[in-house]
Design a binder for this molecule. Sequence first.
Ligand SMILES: Nc1ncnc2c1ncn2[C@@H]1O[C@H](COP(=O)(O)OP(=O)(O)OP(=O)(O)O)[C@@H](O)[C@H]1O
Length: 252
Amino acid sequence: MEILKTENVTKYFGDFKALNNVSISVNKGDLTLIIGPNGSGKSTLINVITGFLKADSGKVYFEENDITNKEPEELYYYGIVRTFQTPQPLKEMTVLENILIGNINPGEEPINAIFYSKWLKFEEEMVERAFKILEFLKLSHLYDRKAGSLSGGQMKLLEIGRALMTEPKLIVMDEPIAGVAPGLAHDIFNHVIELKKKGITFLIVEHRLDIVLQYIDHLYVMFNGEIIAEGRGKEIENVINDPKVVEIYIGD
Ligand SMILES: Nc1ncnc2c1ncn2[C@@H]1O[C@H](COP(=O)(O)OP(=O)(O)OP(=O)(O)O)[C@@H](O)[C@H]1O
């Protein structure tokens, strides 16, 4: 069942067409991967889907709602969250605090702060939820460490933890294992597979095919702002070996 689709999305930077009529379809509970050489438009596409860039034309639908060009904060309420290529934890804050700020705290709003007991209960629930997420990610022993002291791979896991605090339906990830050692990279994808079993859908951009291919359900290949190949399940191998896909990588 489809959860997300783009229809003929086009995006210009000045006169340069970074996305040219891009249409993709993502099924609920799938791990969909977008690959392509540098500059082919992958990040631009996920930035448009997650509201960080505005499309010039075309549509984006999530669970059949038109979400084209909505702000990231609004997409949070639809259940869409995104992680970044360079993890952005607040380095002076602890691991636990970083997880907690993944959620919008109603206690910050004056009207809610008046109802102190309600707010306190909410805080307790959030801390409990944060610890469950840290346990799932095997980071709970680091809860009071400053985020800045974590390894690159642990920071990537922390990014996923922050995303999970929002109870998302769709997590969009830009290069979740870039610069991560192979062992931890597989560990990150094993967590992704566990989350998929809970019904979370993933849309990922990643270059390291040697690690990621074994985990994916659906593959799109981009080049020059267009989708040039696509396949699901058993077709994925044919996509990888498609001469036009091989050629763009040789030319890269
Ligand atoms: N804000 C911007 N202003 C101008 N041009 C941009 C901007 N962002 C991206 N581009 C250009 O759009 C094209 C697509 O960039 P994009 O970052 O989407 O590619 P990518 O496939 O994600 O590449 P990479 O794998 O290197 O991250 C590139 O030619 C890039 O230089």
